[in-house]
Write a new protein. Structure first.
Length: 264
C-alpha cells in the first residue's frame, strides 16, 4: 500500500517542536485516518472495549444527564456511546476530517461537534461548562500539556471529573516502541526504514505520540491544575493504556445527584 500523499510529502518523521507545526502534523495524521477510524469500533473492533470502560468509570462519578466534553473525540464513537447512556455531549477535535466523519455518521444525534484550529490556545467553551471531560488516547499527542490541563480545568465545574487514558510505559509493547524510537534517532536507520511505507507510518505515529511519561508524572502534571486522582484504573497495571480519573477541586458531591440550580 502506498503512503497517502500528505504523509509521504508533508510529514517529518520526528516532529518539529514548534507548537504549530507539531499540531498540524497531528491533525494531518488523524485526518488521514478519519475514513477508516470507525472500523475500530465495530462490535468486535479493537477499540470497542474503550467505550464500556470510559462509560463505566464515568458512571462512578457522574450520573446522566451530566454534561460531558469528549476532548479529541475523533470520529465520535465514545461521544455517541455516552449519549446513548443519556449524558449530554459536546465533542471537539482539531482534525477537521474526523469531525466531518463524525457529523456524517452521527448527524442524527444531539451531540454538539466543534472543530478546533490546529494551533488553538483556548477552548471555545465558557468557564465551568461541563461536569466531566473524557479524553480517549489524546493527551499523548498534545504539544502543550500544561495549556491543555489548564483549559480542561477551566471548562470543568468544581467537583467535575477528568477521565483520560495514556500509554503505559511499564507495558512490554510500550517498551518496544520506546526502543524503536531510540534506534531510529539515527538518520541512516530512519532513512532506510522509511522506504517501507508501513514502517514510515508507524514511525510517524511514534514521533507524534510524544507524551510518554511514568504514571506518577501524569498525576503530578494534573495536580498542578487542581486535579486530584480518584481512580486507580480498572485494568491491570501492565496494560498498554492506563486510565486515570481526576476530580477538579475535589468536592465529595456526586455529580448528577445535586439539586437543580445548585452551582456545581
Ligand atoms: C488516537 S485518536 C483518538 C480519537 C478518539 N478519542 C478515540 O478514542 O477513538 C486522537 C485524537 O486526538 C485528537 N487530538 C490530538 N491532539 C489534540 C489537541 N491538542 N486538541 C484537540 N484534539 C487533539 C486527534 O486529532 C485525534 O482525533
Amino acid at each position: 500500500m502506498k503512503p497517502s500523499p500528505r504523509l509521504a510529502a508533508g510529514l517529518n518523521i520526528w516532529p518539529s517542536y514548534k507548537a504549530r507545526d507539531f499540531s498540524e502534523q497531528v491533525r494531518n495524521l488523524f485526518n488521514d485516518r478519519a475514513e477508516a477510524w470507525g472500523r475500530n469500533y465495530k462490535p468486535q473492533g479493537k477499540l470497542t472495549w474503550r467505550l464500556h470502560q470510559f462509560c463505566s468509570v464515568l458512571g462512578e462519578f457522574a450520573s446522566p444527564p451530566a454534561e460531558v466534553l469528549d476532548f479529541g473525540c475523533g470520529t465520535g464513537h465514545l461521544a455517541k456511546h455516552l449519549g446513548e447512556h443519556h449524558y449530554v455531549l459536546t465533542a471537539c477535535d482539531l482534525a477537521d476530517q474526523m469531525i466531518r466523519t463524525a457529523r456524517r455518521v452521527f448527524g442524527e444525534t444531539d451531540i454538539k461537534w466543534t472543530t478546533l484550529p490546529a494551533d488553538w490556545r483556548q477552548l471555545p467553551f465558557v468557564d465551568r461548562s461541563f461536569d466531566a471531560v473524557v479524553a480517549s488516547s489524546v493527551l499523548e499527542y498534545v504539544g502543550n500539556l500544561e495549556l491543555v490541563f489548564s483549559e480542561l480545568a477551566r471548562v470543568l465545574r468544581d467537583g467535575g471529573v477528568l477521565i483520560f487514558n495514556v500509554p503505559n510505559p511499564k507495558n512490554g509493547q510500550r517498551k518496544r516502541e520506546d526502543w524503536a524510537k531510540r534506534m531510529t534517532r539515527r538518520a541512516w536507520i530512519r532513512r532506510a526504514l522509511c522506504t517501507i511505507p508501513r514502517i514510515q507510518r508507524y514511525l510517524t505515529y511514534l514521533g507524534l505520540s510524544n507524551n510518554r511519561f511514568p504514571l506518577g508524572e501524569w498525576e503530578r502534571g494534573a495536580s498542578r491544575h487542581g486535579f486530584q486522582r480518584m481512580h486507580a484504573g480498572h485494568r491491570p497495571a501492565n496494560r498498554p493504556l492506563f486510565l486515570f480519573a481526576f476530580q477538579k477541586n475535589a468536592l465529595t458531591e456526586h455529580i448528577g445527584q445535586r439539586q437543580a440550580g445548585s452551582p456545581v
